[in-house]
Design a protein around this ligand. Structure first.
Ligand SMILES: [Zn+2]
Length: 196
């Protein structure tokens, strides 16, 4: 079996560290000392746009999974990451459309998935329309490790995609993970995107 190591945009780590700093300052200081990374240092790296190997991301993620607030920290991390990247995360063609027309929720969700897909080299995204709502499938999520987990681990994508949608459309779109590969042991995580 060929194991592919993902490369990540440093803005992912930046988002995780800033969310952790906002929600659990003590843990932020511990992790930042242990792994030698800070919000500022990852922010600087993220500005260069070059991709990182999966360390120390992987080690920090595994450490954070023991934090009782993990499920609250990660959606905030996703939205912090989108905020950091700003309009640059959206493809220029859609940025142009947004300035002229109102963007349909379907296009917004698809664009948000494209933006999320560019954060790392591995996950595959599929977005299917189901009436007014959407099902998003993410294969090989970077937040799933080999270890089985009792809770869903990919809230980062919920926060990131919601924030990206809020940026491109006036429709309110909520994202929830409905089945996570960390829990099911599969390779695909399922998300529901609903237009409120
Ligand atoms: Zn998941």
């Amino acid at each position: 079996m060929k194991i592919e190591i993902p490369k990540l945009h440093p803005a992912v780590l930046y988002g995780i560290l800033s969310a952790l700093r906002a929600m659990d300052g003590l843990e932020y200081r511990r992790i930042s000392q242990e792994f030698g990374v800070t919000v500022e240092s990852t922010g600087k790296l993220a500005k260069t746009g070059s991709l990182l190997g999966d360390m120390p991301f992987r080690a920090i993620l595994e450490d954070l999974k023991h934090n009782r607030q993990y499920s609250r920290i990660m959606p905030l991390a996703g939205s912090e990451t989108f905020h950091f990247l700003g309009p640059a995360a959206i493809r220029p063609a859609l940025r142009f459309l947004m300035s002229t027309f109102s963007v349909r929720p379907a296009s917004a969700v698809k664009e948000a998935c494209i933006a999320a897909g560019r954060l790392s080299t591995i996950p595959g995204f599929r977005c299917t329309e189901k009436g007014r709502d959407f099902v998003i499938e993410i294969s090989n999520s970077i937040f799933v490790s080999g270890e089985p987990s009792e809770f869903q681990t990919c809230g980062f994508y919920c926060g990131f995609i919601e924030e990206a949608c809020a940026h491109v459309t006036s429709a309110k779109i909520g994202i929830t993970e409905t089945a996570c590969a960390s829990v099911t042991g599969g390779t695909i995580c399922y998300f529901a995107a609903s237009v409120k």
